[in-house]
Design a protein around this ligand. Structure first.
Ligand code: NDP
Length: 313
């Protein structure tokens, strides 16, 4: 197996990874970036991005990611298609971290920036899969605006669903919130916010039986899991807010994580418990999860890596 020694390895190609790459390459850390299985990350599954500063007319997600890649390459980032399959991190200051790519290439890196992101959970029913991008979305803050003045539904009963239902109620005419149990898991404060809105209807003991529509969402069929009765509600947008899963499987046992698997970073930095290993973007943030906040922490990770490497000299 060939072994390559580098200064900085960036794992992941969303806004956090590419922003880390822009900063790291400008600081002459000669970064190598592996894209992972979904080059461009979650934004490549979004259509229009209207909330990233600097794009007054909006930009579509895939285009934005191509531009970020070009910007990183302009300063010398070596962007490679490949999946990191195994890591062995050093626990000592100045130690070398070993990473296997595609099970057949070994990289030895002095510093590593993890930007592997998180994946939104979906219900997993065929009609939902078919209408992704045609009215089914996992991000109300990203896509809610497209349903201005229309009726929408949101699935989930956690803080995200409650927050997004409240957000949507400011934009849409009616929001149907579909909660599978008889109560919400969201905090009391968030529940009160939902209850205070006249245009949110919460339907408990309810599950989506099918998303209706051929090319675009036209409605949902809802199953009451107590009575087994079904009824249909006309909507144009369906938001899934049943949680995210951070992409941290390969780091388990080596990096400190919270109960949900998000990497724990120290204080205001991107430092992990392994010296020289930094985490940025959604992989360490379950609260904000925006392209611009991911980009911000990507910048921080590159600066932290630069300072770490400078401190070793
Ligand atoms: P949670 O895991 O807290 O909640 C997920 C919700 O989705 C639950 O109501 C769950 O139902 C429901 N659900 C899960 N799977 C399905 C399914 N297959 N079908 C239908 N419903 C399903 O995720 P969140 O994203 O809401 O929150 C993640 C974390 O982030 C939490 O710790 C939360 O507190 C935090 N957060 C905090 C915010 C804030 O403080 N402002 C804002 C957003 C998130 P059930 O209860 O039945 O399991």
């Amino acid at each position: 197996m060939s072994i390559e020694r580098i200064k900085t390895l960036i794992i992941g190609s969303g806004p956090a990874g590419y922003t880390a790459a822009i900063y790291a390459s400008r600081a002459d850390l000669k970064p190598v970036l592996y894209t992972g299985m979904e080059p461009g990350g979650q934004l490549t599954t979004t259509t229009e991005v209207d909330n990233f500063p600097g794009y007054p007319d909006g930009v579509d997600g895939p285009t934005m990611m191509v531009e970020l890649q070009k910007q990183a390459e302009r300063f010398g980032t070596d962007v490679r298609i490949g999946l990191v399959t195994q890591v062995t991190f050093s626990n000592s200051e100045g130690g070398i971290h070993k990473v296997t790519v595609d099970s057949n290439k070994e990289i030895e890196a002095e510093s590593i920036i993890i930007s592997t992101g998180a994946t939104a959970k979906y219900l997993g029913i065929p009609s939902e899969e078919r209408l992704k991008g045609g009215g089914v979305s996992a991000c109300a803050v990203c896509d809610g605006f497209f349903y201005k003045g229309q009726d929408v539904a949101i699935v989930g009963g956690g803080d995200t669903a409650a927050e997004e239902a409240t957000y949507l109620s400011n934009i849409c005419s009616k929001v149907t919130m579909i909660v599978r149990k008889g109560k919400m898991r969201a905090s009391k404060a968030m529940q009160h916010r939902v209850e205070s809105r006249d245009n949110i209807e919460v339907r408990y003991f309810s599950e989506i039986d099918e998303v209706l529509g051929t090319d675009v969402v036209e409605g949902v069929r809802i199953l009451n899991n107590q009575t087994n009765e079904k009824d249909e509600v006309e909507i144009t947008g369906l938001f899934i807010a049943i949680g995210h899963k951070p992409n941290t499987e390969i780091f388990k046992g080596q990096l400190d994580m919270d109960d949900a698997g998000y990497i724990i970073t120290k204080g205001k930095t991107t430092d992990t418990n392994c010296p020289g290993v930094f985490a940025s973007g959604d992989v360490q943030d379950k609260d904000y999860r925006q392209a611009v906040t991911a980009a911000g922490t990507g910048c921080m990770a590159a600066l932290d890596a630069e300072r770490y490497l400078a401190g070793l000299e």
